[in-house]
Design a protein around this ligand. Structure first.
Ligand SMILES: *[C@@H]1O[C@H](CO)[C@@H](O)[C@H](O)[C@H]1NC(C)=O
Ligand SMILES: *[C@@H]1O[C@H](CO)[C@@H](O)[C@H](O)[C@H]1NC(C)=O
Ligand SMILES: *[C@@H]1O[C@H](CO)[C@@H](O)[C@H](O)[C@H]1NC(C)=O
Ligand SMILES: *[C@@H]1O[C@H](CO)[C@@H](O)[C@H](O)[C@H]1NC(C)=O
Ligand SMILES: *[C@@H]1O[C@H](CO)[C@@H](O)[C@H](O)[C@H]1NC(C)=O
Ligand SMILES: *[C@@H]1O[C@H](CO)[C@@H](O)[C@H](O)[C@H]1NC(C)=O
Ligand SMILES: *[C@@H]1O[C@H](CO)[C@@H](O)[C@H](O)[C@H]1NC(C)=O
Ligand SMILES: *[C@@H]1O[C@H](CO)[C@@H](O)[C@H](O)[C@H]1NC(C)=O
Ligand SMILES: *[C@@H]1O[C@H](CO)[C@@H](O)[C@H](O)[C@H]1NC(C)=O
Ligand SMILES: *[C@@H]1O[C@H](CO)[C@@H](O)[C@H](O)[C@H]1NC(C)=O
Ligand SMILES: *[C@@H]1O[C@H](CO)[C@@H](O)[C@H](O)[C@H]1NC(C)=O
Length: 443
């Protein structure tokens, strides 16, 4: 009987010990030489120094069970390192805040104060997905690291690009491979079209640009090249635009690295290293507008190069950065047609017109003499979109385009008819004319 009690007591004692390993409570601050470990053992939260000189310490989350140097996935105090770490500590205050102090008692980092949540007993937990969550005793989460990413999106995290047309999340690259402070490169929704495109910035200048075409917006796609796959879901409810990644393993991450590459990586157990699933950009001419106006980066070639759009020719043969010009001037609606260019990443500086059909979208372009191209997608397969039509029109110069075999969409470019083409005879029935035109478009 007594034996029984002892062993039960012992088990309870053990389980309470294990439980507290992933939790930070008011009674148990996290000290410099300690760490929290998620229940699964996959993630750890603690203090680290990215260089061997140990000059600067950061509070961060990394993969606990991987060999070699820490793969850090989140940093709390990236721009305010701890230089006196010996008695640095992270505490939960009695008004439900987390505060990081250095040895001198300086406040290095803290979660926002939430007066209404001022109840004692708040605690923080490092979850199995690598999310550090501050929670009230009532089980209400008041803060989580997943809402404040540094440079990495983990499986199960939401990259909330925009909310009510406002840019929300910006991933900011590390300054260098062993310097977690905020670098010049970042990626976010484009403030002028946050639900259409993501821009990688070099400080405030566009470095490269990714557009959501009809395909990637309509639910999930698999990103893969060989052994690793990552399931990407894009959600655009009209109000909110976000994407998430899922994998059956937590050993997957999507990141903006310090050289400006947006990478998807998966841990490879055989080689004991991170394998690249996908990265962007890869070709030099994918960098923002590097091909000049009315020119595109041709990714269908072994060595991608700049090319003139159909109906255009280079201004300066030797140098595509000066762009291209029309072979035939466009006299507004007269003797003109739209040519469909498939597989294109559509240009920047777009005007998004809502609630249009394909025909109405073309008419929208045709009735404005300064229009040069349009693109159309019906995104009715997309999750929760209020207006699934996406009519995009451009006036002025067309910049930052690429062409690929997979990906992209059709760009309808407005061109003057060639002088050689005999205009249709006046008695030609107009319905037939329309069919002819459609043939031309779907070529
Ligand atoms: C830096 O810290 C690590 C672990 O905290 C230790 O192993 C290493 O010896 C330290 N290096 C220096 C130069 O102090
Ligand atoms: C909360 O913290 C403040 C400052 O540390 C302290 O003065 C106060 O007594 C604490 N309240 C409780 C209920 O522990
Ligand atoms: C405060 O906490 C409540 C939940 O208790 C949350 O809904 C609210 O957004 C929080 N406010 C701030 C400013 O974090
Ligand atoms: C970012 O711009 C600076 C000049 O402002 C340049 O020196 C640097 O190489 C650029 N970074 C990249 C990744 O191109
Ligand atoms: C890698 O190996 C560990 C055990 O060594 C296992 O738990 C994990 O699931 C493996 N990961 C993958 C992606 O196979
Ligand atoms: C995936 O493709 C990239 C090139 O895009 C390549 O460098 C990488 O090695 C590939 N990964 C695997 C696991 O084959
Ligand atoms: C191409 O033109 C741009 C802009 O006119 C100029 O800066 C660049 O040096 C030129 N490159 C070459 C290879 O001539
Ligand atoms: C179109 O052609 C008609 C007749 O040839 C001409 O009157 C009109 O000005 C032209 N419109 C434009 C915008 O060039
Ligand atoms: C969409 O356009 C149709 C006509 O093309 C119109 O009847 C309808 O009211 C429009 N809806 C919205 C939400 O603007
Ligand atoms: C979009 O596609 C859906 C189904 O594929 C169709 O019901 C809807 O009418 C289309 N909308 C437009 C504007 O073409
Ligand atoms: C139509 O023309 C005006 C200038 O006349 C321009 O500001 C506007 O962007 C154009 N719209 C389209 C769809 O090209």
């Amino acid at each position: 009987m007594g034996m029984h009690y002892i062993s039960i007591f012992f088990l309870l004692f053990l389980s309470s010990l294990c439980k507290s390993d992933d939790q930070l409570t008011q009674a148990k601050p996290l000290t410099h030489d300690d760490k929290l470990v998620s229940k699964s053992g996959d993630f750890a939260l603690g203090f680290f120094s990215p260089t061997t000189s140990n000059k600067s310490f950061y509070l961060g989350i990394w993969y606990q069970s991987l060999p070699g140097p820490h793969t850090v996935v989140w940093v709390a105090n990236r721009d305010n390192p701890i230089v006196a770490p010996l008695s640095a500590k992270l505490i939960v205050t009695n008004n439900s805040q987390m505060v990081l102090f250095d040895s001198r008692g300086h406040n290095i980092w803290m979660t926002p104060s939430n007066i209404t949540a001022g109840a004692p007993g708040a605690y923080a937990e490092l979850s199995n997905s690598g999310n550090f969550v501050l929670r009230l005793p009532s089980n209400t989460d008041i803060w989580q690291s997943f809402d404040h990413p540094t440079d990495i999106i983990l499986a199960g995290m939401r990259f909330l690009v925009s909310h009510k047309a406002q840019v929300i999340t910006r991933l900011v690259a590390w300054k260098g491979s062993d310097d977690p402070s905020s670098g010049d490169l970042s990626i976010s929704g484009d403030p002028s079209a946050p639900d259409l495109q993501l821009v990688t910035w070099n400080k405030t200048r566009s470095y490269c640009r990714t557009v959501w075409n009809g395909v990637s917006v309509s639910g999930g796609t698999y990103l893969s090249n060989t052994s690793s796959i990552l399931y990407q879901t894009v959600v655009n409810s009209g109000d909110e635009f976000y994407f998430t990644y899922a994998d059956n393993s937590v050993y997957t991450r999507v990141m903006l690295d310090h050289t400006g590459k947006y990478k998807s990586l998966a841990w490879n157990n055989h080689s004991s290293s991170w394998a690249l699933i996908r990265e962007y950009p890869t070709a030099a001419c994918e960098l923002y507008a590097s091909c000049g106006p009315f020119s595109y980066c041709d990714l269908t070639q072994m060595v991608p190069t700049c090319q003139s759009l159909e109906g255009f020719e280079t201004v300066d043969d030797a140098n595509f950065s000066n762009g291209c010009r029309r072979k035939q001037a466009l006299k507004c609606g007269n003797q003109s047609h739209f040519v469909a260019l498939p597989g294109m990443k559509v240009p920047d500086k777009v005007l998004h017109i809502h609630n249009r059909s394909l025909d109405e979208c073309e008419a929208e372009c045709r009735r404005n003499c300064s229009c040069v191209a349009y693109a159309y997608a019906n995104l009715s397969g997309a999750i929760g979109m209020a207006d699934p039509s996406r009519c995009l029109v451009w006036s002025g110069e067309l910049v930052d385009i690429w062409k690929a075999i997979n990906g992209g969409e059709s760009l309808y470019l407005w061109l003057a008819d060639s002088p050689g083409i005999v205009p249709p005879p006046p008695f030609f029935p107009s319905t037939l004319q329309k069919k002819e035109k459609q043939k031309k478009l779907s070529r």
